[in-house]
Design a protein. Structure first.
Length: 120
């Protein structure tokens, strides 16, 4: 087996959840698709300016011979850099139907506010 084949095989073992990030209602919401990963299989941590997400997807035990196997077991690790607009004390996370949603609240001073225009 060539080095190229080994590298390709190893790359296939890496898991990278599909993600999206939106800003709405004074918060940033990060959603990550994690099919087959239980809630207790994910760890979130905020340290300094980093949000770290680590998890593991395990394959169900089976004695069957696979004919096709695209979903593999393995660890994933994502790191996001938080800027000064994020309130690190107000980070929330929820898991529903294989989707992890992390809510990063913005500091009050950073939230957009409407300015009323008056006449003189």
């Amino acid at each position: 087996m060539s080095d190229r084949q080994v590298a390709t095989k190893e790359q296939r073992r890496q898991i990278r959840p599909l993600s999206s990030m939106v800003e709405e209602n004074g918060a940033i919401r990060l959603s990550m698709e994690m099919p087959g990963v239980p809630k207790d299989g994910v760890e979130l941590e905020v340290e300094g300016s980093e949000l770290r997400i680590h998890g593991r997807r395990s394959a169900p035990p089976t004695s069957q011979r696979y004919l096709l196997r695209e979903r593999v077991e393995g660890d994933f690790y994502e790191v996001y850099t938080l800027d000064e607009t994020v309130d690190r004390g107000k980070v929330e996370a929820a898991m529903d139907s294989g989707v992890l949603t992390v809510t990063l609240h913005l500091r009050e001073a950073e939230k957009p506010r409407k300015i009323q225009i008056t006449s003189r």
